[in-house]
Design a protein around this ligand. Structure first.
Ligand code: XBP
Ligand code: MG
Length: 261
């Protein structure tokens, strides 16, 4: 039974991999465009990028690449000043890609967000990516007005410790004046669920091509997608109570179960 203290009030969404499959054909492509612009012969193929996703944050990912995938002798001397420059270029390429409309939302995301709004749930974003990327994605998929649907867009360097640290979720909840019991998180990756569970949030997972083998211990449910009427999700872990797509009723049921466990 819900009390005011643990009544579900807000949906907190991760962005990359959860709202949209941005990594392989979005961020990866933009990184490679930035490398080319700067005359570097670095090229992140699809498999290599999967390994690099172990580290969240674009600047952090580039540093990790130089330290773990390159010969020391090949690392440019000015790497510490080069990475922020490369990252600015990458953000420019990425937001341009989004403005072309090439990156869409995953199935069920727009429907769930609209239903949540209609039913009075509050919305927030908790992501590692740069704020400009979130704005561009929301604007080019849901429209300009969608930015205002979210109480908080917690993103990028606003907290120093990125996912898997829980800080970005803690920040978003603090801004909203809500406790973890009053929120539920939507994630797609192991780093993501570490962050959300670390912030004591019940968590719904939708996996993608890069994350289907991740460890999602602690998830309320693991799905292949949110699904739509007529486009059923597959349940990889958990109990969907007979539903074939994720709607607010199922989110609320999963939250209640999680509160009782
Ligand atoms: C997202 C990320 C980000 C993006 C790149 O992780 O790891 O680093 O790939 O974004 P999550 P920036 O979905 O767990 O938040 O280049 O803007 O940092
Ligand atoms: Mg993610």
């Amino acid at each position: 039974m819900n009390t005011a203290h643990n009544e579900l009030k807000a949906f907190l969404f991760d962005v990359d991999g959860t709202l949209s499959d941005t990594e392989r054909d979005g961020h990866r492509v933009a990184f490679n465009q930035a490398f080319e612009e700067y005359g570097l012969d670095w090229n992140w193929d699809i498999d290599t990028y999967g390994k690099l996703l172990a580290v969240t944050g674009g600047k952090e990912r580039m540093k990790y690449y130089t330290e773990n995938f390159m010969d020391k002798a090949d690392i440019p001397d000015n790497i510490d000043s080069l990475i922020p420059e490369l990252h600015q270029a990458k953000t420019r390429h990425y937001t341009k890609l989004l403005s072309s409309g090439a990156i869409r939302l995953r199935p069920g995301v727009e429907r769930l967000i609209r239903e949540a709004r209609d039913r009075g749930y509050r919305l927030a974003i908790a992501t590692t990516t740069t704020p400009a990327n979130v704005t561009a994605l929301l604007t080019h998929t849901l429209g300009e007005e969608a930015i205002d649907w979210f109480d908080v867009i917690a993103a990028g360097d606003i907290v120093p410790a990125k996912k898997p640290a829980p800080d970005i979720y803690d920040y978003a909840m603090k801004q909203m004046g809500l406790s973890a019991e009053q929120c539920i998180a939507f994630e797609d990756s192991e780093n993501g669920i570490h962050a959300s569970r670390g912030a004591e949030l019940c968590t719904i997972i939708t996996v993608n091509g890069y994350t289907h083998d991740h460890d999602f211990t602690g998830a309320s449910i693991v799905l292949d997608q949110m699904g739509e009427p007529g486009q059923a999700f597959s349940v990889l872990y958990g109990d969907a109570a007979g539903a074939s797509y994720l709607d607010c009723d199922l989110v609320s049921k999963l939250h209640q179960q999680c509160m009782q466990s």
